[in-house]
Design a protein around this ligand. Structure first.
Ligand SMILES: Nc1ncnc2c1ncn2[C@@H]1O[C@H](COP(=O)(O)OP(=O)(O)OP(=O)(O)O)[C@@H](O)[C@H]1O
Ligand SMILES: [Mg+2]
Length: 256
């Protein structure tokens, strides 16, 4: 589980461009929760995910993962526990390397180098099997450089790479936003399946209100560096895109 206590992040502190990206955010996320995060541009969604991944030290507050205080741990130190997929299908993979090589790297994430010499045939067969589960025929193209794949294929593969070694947390930052509607839906279906099958604790940022309504077990709406709305169970299940758009309008009126 993730416990976030009074987390504050200020960019450009003391300059005319000072931004309070996170303002004393407190949040507990249980193991296995699938949290959808929405909010206007600049409301702090990516900053929240980056803080969990260890992209920067916060100005104040604490983050613990499974009871361990990770606030001062670098992103590198946390990498073994965290899977990430970004909006840009070109992030997180090596374009000139083949699918097999990328998968191999992903499967070795967090394993000390001296233990990671070569992959045996059994491991290769497992990687092939996992690629086949994506349902895109990628298992027959394992020697293809990743740079030649479509955006949808790359995002599906990145999702697989992020979860190949079961992460404690899966962080998805608008991972379907750059895809055409059909590919976005396909990657979303895969996301659902992988998250459910492996009971992954997941935070998924999206601007797509249909996605926000139809996926996840909990919904957070960020607003100016705070969590303005936190809905679970029936409250989440009863949402429609229109209700969510109404909530955005309410926040705008309150901010005036
Ligand atoms: N490295 C940085 N340096 C300076 N300001 C930053 C930095 N990262 C984020 N910010 C600022 O912090 C605020 C929150 O940014 P963040 O990226 O978390 O927003 P977001 O909710 O993810 O928005 P979007 O929907 O556009 O992705 C914004 O005002 C942004 O300009
Ligand atoms: Mg963002």
């Amino acid at each position: 589980m993730i416990l976030i206590e009074k987390l504050t992040k200020i960019f450009g502190r003391g300059t005319p461009n000072e931004v309070r990206a996170l303002r004393e955010v407190s949040l507990g996320i249980d193991a296995g929760e699938f949290v959808v995060v929405i909010g206007t541009n600049g409301s702090g969604k990516s900053t929240l995910l980056n803080a969990i991944a260890g992209g920067f030290p916060p100005d104040s507050g604490r983050i613990s993962l499974n009871g361990r205080d990770v606030t001062r741990m670098t992103d590198h130190q946390r990498a073994r526990h965290i899977g990430r997929v970004f909006q840009n299908p070109f992030s997180g993979t090596a374009p000139t390397m083949t699918i097999a090589e990328n998968l191999r790297l992903a499967s070795l994430r967090g394993i000390p180098k001296r233990l990671s010499i070569g992959l045996d045939n059994g491991e290769m067969a497992r990687l092939k099997e996992r690629s086949a589960e994506l349902g895109m025929g990628l298992e027959t193209r394992l020697e293809t450089p990743i740079g030649l794949l479509s955006g949808g294929e790359r995002q599906a593969l990145t999702l697989l790479m992020a979860t190949l070694r079961r992460p404690d947390i899966l962080l998805l930052d608008e991972h379907t936003a750059a895809l055409d509607p059909r590919s976005a839906e396909q990657v979303m279906r895969l996301t659902e399946r992988i998250v459910r099958e492996h009971h992954l604790t997941t935070l998924m940022v999206t601007h797509d209100m249909e996605e926000a309504v139809h996926h996840g077990s909990r919904l957070l709406m960020m607003h100016e560096g705070t969590v303005a709305l936190d809905l679970r169970a029936e409250a989440k299940a009863g949402l429609t895109p229109a209700i969510l758009l109404g909530k955005f309008a309410e926040l705008r009126i309150m901010a005036r």
